[in-house]
Design a protein around this ligand. Structure first.
Ligand SMILES: Cc1cc2nc3c(=O)[nH]c(=O)nc-3n(C[C@H](O)[C@H](O)[C@H](O)COP(=O)(O)O)c2cc1C
Length: 342
């Protein structure tokens, strides 16, 4: 048991009377306020260099922060100090929006899972662009995740993504097209062949564009999507987002099963890895994969690499295990030869 799981996690989980979103906001604000000497000390402790180049971008290590943790990029310098080799901010939308009504974030503690229906609460693409301009370049690669504004009809989705893309592309080392959140009505239908083709054509440019997919797609649907991604110049796939399934929820968490939203964490581990393996095999290794979903241990990360991931990201694992997991994965996860060669 680490200092994090013995002391920090119980304290964080008690904040705000146990309200998960309150703890999230509190922690983000504390991280955003850390002074430079504290960041430097953390970096000496948690930083681990194991550089790798993937889709033409050089990463100091293979472990990234998944989208949704720092949607508005308010604590950006803290993430490399906590050991992350890259950061994905967002998902942001062209128009600022409040997201769904609260409560919308639930810890399924016995399952080491999280259920969320945040609904892309964010300050909008222009606010993020202003913040990034003021901050200057990060010293790790920055991915920017784009989604569709809730008020924009699906038929105008491409223009909505394009508005965000134009504002944010100058700051991005890669762009993630999020078409897989379960919390914006209709969004997942953009994973169909024609919509992906239209989006990839619109966002074609100098910055690598990756497509983030849902774990609930069937294999034929993923295969079709991969074909379009290869044909229209996607730089890679991020697999996966949260799941609508409630499989793997412990009996002590069954009272949460009826909460709508996406489930992440340990219940998603096996399915996310299965999707990564399928993407890797089906694309013949031609599309680099960022593997995300239920990486709660070094072994989970190693298996994700063995399934074909070139990089990994953490969200729920970071909530439950803290920064020790980032360092352990950066240092200890063993990519298979296939993944290491990319
Ligand atoms: C509270 C919360 C908010 C999230 N918000 C986003 C988001 O805005 N965009 C996105 O692409 N994924 C989002 N995700 C999904 C994560 O990036 C990740 O794909 C998913 O949680 C699976 O990884 P994990 O099991 O390590 O958490 C969110 C996840 C959680 C728990």
């Amino acid at each position: 048991m680490s200092l994090f799981s013995n002391v920090a996690r119980p304290a964080l989980f008690r904040l705000g009377g146990g309200d998960a979103e309150h703890a999230h906001e509190w922690t983000l604000n504390r991280l955003a306020a850390l002074p430079a000497p504290a960041l430097a000390a953390m970096r000496r402790w948690y930083g681990f260099a194991n550089p790798v180049e993937v889709f033409g971008v050089r990463f100091p290590n293979r472990v990234g922060l998944a989208a949704g943790m720092d949607k508005n990029g308010i604590a950006l310098p803290a993430w490399p100090a906590l050991g992350f080799g890259f950061v994905e901010v967002g998902t942001v939308t062209a128009k600022p929006q409040p997201g769904n009504d609260k409560p919308r974030l639930f810890r399924a503690k016995a399952s080491e899972g999280i259920i969320n229906r945040m609904g892309f609460n964010n300050a909008g693409a222009a606010a993020l662009a202003d913040r990034l301009a003021a901050l200057g370049p990060l010293d790790v690669p920055l991915g920017i995740s784009l989604g569709k504004s809730k008020v924009t009809p699906l038929e105008d989705a491409v223009e909505d993504y394009l508005t965000s893309y134009r504002l944010l592309q100058p700051y991005a080392d890669y762009i993630a097209v999020n078409v897989s959140s379960p919390n914006t009505p209709g969004l997942r239908s953009l994973q169909d062949k024609d919509s992906i083709a239209a989006l990839l054509n619109a966002l074609a440019g100098p910055v690598p564009v990756l497509v983030k997919i849902a774990p609930d797609l069937t294999e034929p649907a993923i295969a079709e999507l991969l074909e379009v991604c290869l044909e229209h110049g996607a730089a890679g796939i991020i697999a996966t987002n949260t799941t609508l399934s409630r499989d793997g929820l412990a009996s002590a968490d069954q009272h949460l099963a009826g909460e709508s939203g996406g489930l992440s964490g340990a219940p998603l581990t096996a399915r996310a890895r299965e999707v990564v393996r399928f993407v890797h095999t089906e694309s013949g290794g031609r599309l680099p994969i960022i593997g995300v979903g239920g990486i709660m241990s070094v072994d989970d990360a190693s298996r994700m690499f063995d399934a074909g991931a070139a990089l990994v990201q953490l969200y729920s694992g970071f909530i439950y295990q803290g920064p020790d997991l980032v360092l352990a994965v950066a240092r200890g996860a063993r990519p298979s030869r296939v993944a290491a060669a990319r």
